[in-house]
Design a protein around this ligand. Sequence first.
Ligand SMILES: [Zn+2]
Length: 324
Amino acid sequence: MNNPSGTAKATQYAWLCAPVLCLLAAELVRSPAEPDYRLAAFVATLQPPAAIGATIPAAPLKSVRAELASSASLVTTQRGTLPIILTAPHGGVVRMMNVPDRTRGVTVLDDRTAELTLLIAQRLTGKLGAKPYFVVAQFSRKHADANRNVAEGTEHPHAAREHAAFHDAVAQAVSECKAKFGRAILIDIHGQSRVTGSIVRGTRNTRTVSQLLARSGQQALIGPDSVCGRLQSAGYDMLPKSDDPEQAIGRETFFDGGYIVATYGGDAATQIDAIQLEFGRMRIDNTMKLARDVGDAIAAFARTHGYAGDATPALPAAGDAASD
Ligand SMILES: [Zn+2]
């Protein structure tokens, strides 16, 4: 017989309801001084599973504003505990429903840069024992380009909403960092196929890092403990070169910094610092090695130039034992 009897059904329902009733009873009798975590955990079990591209809560459940952007957006975010913000506007592959492809501008994906950014964040967390912020577009560049202004980067209202969700999250990260730390470094992550073995720095010829240079000098951009200097020491071909100030400063001739670094970095109203890094295709192909090396470079910079907070590494960094 496939259908259980009425009595058996009632027994099943009673078993299903019992834990819920126990939780509710516990809530009714709990001390007022106790934290709300049980109720929060109970409520959390009633939530539907997160959609693809929904924000990742970075704080415990009792935080009501754990996410940086609308949970309905195709933007993945993490609230950090360090004044380091990673952005990736061009790595998304999700097409929005009922939105046609853009007819103007560049629509090519920066392949695997969303994945690269999450791995860099993981490496940084292992190295510094605290989390960077990140804002990663999961929506396709064919629909919205977050590294352009909204008029140039979108042609449909739904795409404009995703563009806004991305920038709302970045703006919130910037404002939290400014309030908590008084500073922030934003690293904007891209891929390129023009010089496939190289990494191209974009700071609009230092304009988007003017606060950093005023505080710490050129060494913070091109010295041995700068992000670019560390990557060059690790064997990457940096453009411009980072070991010769004559060559390294004011010599950005292409990929010299787009809308994101110009909007948030340097003399912009936010007054944080922002560096665009365009990773050559050959480098991104070895995603794990690149993520490890970039994470280590940012960690070295953070420790030397005051972006590491009070954090000390508690665990071996992710990927330390990797052999790629
Ligand atoms: Zn890009």
